[in-house]
Ligand binder design. Structure first.
Ligand code: GAR
Length: 203
């Protein structure tokens, strides 16, 4: 059975989309654990409702050993780490041990509106301020460059003149909830090939 760890920092609607995709048999995998960066996040309630093991790993407690602690919890136990609204940056050994085995969902069309400090509503605020007419979301592989790994899937949404960051976020999240489970399905079915640093989907 293909096993995943889902890492979260907030409400966990993306986590929920994975739980729903598993329950409806759209993807054949098991969420082995949910790791969160704070104790009081709603995403943990979603995990507990489905009897998924939960762990809190935060920078305050683990400092420089933060990423190593996550590696300790996941190594040998999961095939893929899914960053589903996880707002801390993974560094060091975990990136080697899980090379091409960590994915992240980002709420913009990478390489626009991404990189250090760009997360959550800040992304949508920057998108609206810029005046672009389209935004979207991206699932990409994680490497040492923030939001810089190979792009796997993207979806586009329109940006309306009257949008605020919350209305745009809602529209983008609907697409996130489609492409994140789809990305897990592709990886679990071994349908990705890496060519020249790019991810090719095998039909
Ligand atoms: C999502 O919009 C996700 O793309 C974003 O945080 C939100 C989490 O929502 N992630 C980033 O900004 C990462 N740079 P959720 O907790 O409801 O899934």
């Amino acid at each position: 059975m293909f096993k995943i760890a889902v890492l979260i920092s907030g409400g966990g609607t993306n986590l929920q989309s994975i739980i729903d995709a598993i329950e409806s048999k759209q993807i054949n995998c098991k969420i082995e654990m949910v790791i969160g960066s704070r104790e009081d996040i709603y995403g943990f309630e979603r995990a507990k409702k489905h009897n998924i093991d939960t762990f809190v790993v935060n920078k305050k407690t683990y400092g420089e050993k933060f990423s190593d602690k996550i590696l300790e919890l996941t190594k040998g136990k999961v095939n893929l780490i899914v960053l589903a609204g996880f707002l801390s940056i993974l560094e060091g050994k975990i990136l080697e041990e899980f090379n091409n085995k960590i994915i992240n969902i980002h709420p913009s069309l990478i390489p626009s509106f991404c990189g250090p400090g760009m997360y959550g509503l800040k992304v949508h605020e920057a998108v609206i301020k810029s005046g672009v007419k389209f935004s979207g979301c991206t699932v990409h592989f994680v490497n040492s460059e923030v939001d810089g790994g190979a792009i796997l899937l993207q979806e586009v949404v329109p940006v309306y003149f009257d949008d605020d960051s919350k209305t745009l976020q809602k529209r983008v999240l609907e697409k996130e909830h489609i492409i994140l489970p789809k990305a897990i399905k592709l990886i679990s079915e071994n349908k990705i090939e890496f060519i020249d640093g790019k991810a090719k989907i095998i039909k």
